[in-house]
Design a protein around this ligand. Sequence first.
Ligand code: AKG
Length: 195
Amino acid sequence: MQKYNYENLNYIYFEDFFNETDSEVIFNYLVNNINWKHDTIKIFGKKHNLPRLTAYHADTGVSYSYSGIKMNPDPWTKSLLKIKKKIETFSECEFNSVLLNRYRNGNDYHGYHSDDEPCLGNQINIASLSFGAGRDFKFKSKNLKESRPKTLFLNNGSLLLMKHPTQAFWLHSLPKRMRLSSERINLTFRLIDKL
Ligand SMILES: O=C(O)CCC(=O)C(=O)O
């Protein structure tokens, strides 16, 4: 387990949060049982497909809006709830929603952003689980003087707990990896204010 807390970048990375067997079972469950959507976003008035598939599960009435997309929740499944409980016990944080991202191959990606929407409050802790292909994950400071990004390699079965105040000071991204043909699924658990 790697703990990092320096210059407001505060995270815990747990490489083997799930063992290989459990990770494979969970990956297959997610591929076959989640209702994956291909959303579009508008950039300068033009519609673009998101470069990944997504899904969103949460407590009743807990919707999530980001980048102009409003996600209404599907209910928790038994398996997602079991995973949520395990993460809550480990992190001592409470979560009421999970955003799922499915990267079909190395062409799918997530651009730099921070998860700092007002509905997340001002003490934001986010638990991020990875299954399938390992991918680089980058942190970049919002302070332009510190321009060098930091890279973490997110393994199959790993947990990255991004703790307060990371989202206020750092952006993160999952860059393209052109030669990669295998899939990765990411689950980010959040605590969202119910409107
Ligand atoms: O796939 C990842 O590891 C990143 C996901 C992410 O940044 C997000 O859902 O906000």
